[in-house]
Design a binder for this molecule. Sequence first.
Ligand code: B12
Length: 225
Amino acid sequence: MPDDNFSAMRQSIIDGAPDTASGLAQQAVSAGVAPIDAINNGYVLGMHDVGEQFARGQMYLPDMMASAEAMRAAMAVLDPEMKKLGTERPMAGVVVLGTTKGDIHEIGKILVGTLLTAHGFRVHDLGVDVAGEKFAAKALELHADIVGVSALLTTTMRNQKGVVEAIEKAGLRSSVKIMVGGAPVTRRWAEEIGADGYAKDAMSAVELARQLMEQKTPAAVVESV
Ligand code: B12
């Protein structure tokens, strides 16, 4: 796909233009472009631009919401294409996924869930603003192998620790691996809160989840980059 198509995707997010974003995604699918390339080389770059402009006070909350809407429109086209791949693979493991309490950012978490599904994991997405106890209850119910916790705010990152504690309290710590992610999250933070691994993006999250499945014994923090 020509670079200017990726640029147009990026721009559609900055402009908060859902119709353009979804039209470009459809074109990409028809042209045989890998959905993950459209996401990483186009739309996600737009999201980063939006975040930077918001931080500089050049964009406001309604603009950021419009950009999120455009991102969702693109994902609505690309998501099913990526998930199709997963149905042809053996089940790789059960993952319970969610965004921490107090945090409503979901785009990155959805992307992680989609790619895990595309690579054969069975993913149960609890949504956003999820308390630790809810993660633990669902992990128990589904006999989950992995719990994945997203946080996009420095203020809600600490709630990832609450999830680790809830899993411990439920007596699941030896059977469930915990992975954390989100823009402000680091490997060091994962270590500090006693999580098993950290990944910086959705593709690395798949690699990390595979590594955690191989371990399935208490181990040091794994980082997939
Ligand atoms: C879109 C957006 C919103 C949307 C969210 C819509 C939605 N439905 O998700 C809306 C408008 C609602 C929003 C609201 C707010 N936002 Co906001 N938002 C963003 C923005 C621009 C993009 C986030 C995004 O979708 N990125 C694209 C995805 C693909 O990337 P990602 O989320 O990082 O996910 C990837 C990785 O992190 C990783 N990953 C993510 N989760 C997980 C989980 C696991 C287990 C693993 C392994 C990996 C992993 O893989 C993902 C895919 O590659 C960011 C800026 C930024 N650059 O992050 C600000 C940003 C996160 N928001 C910010 C702020 C301040 C807010 C508000 C407080 C604003 C306000 N004044 O009200 C509110 C908070 C609301 C709340 N309580 O949660 C700040 C946070 C600052 C901070 N350090 O805490 C940021 C950084 C903007 C900024 N530069 O100031 N926001």
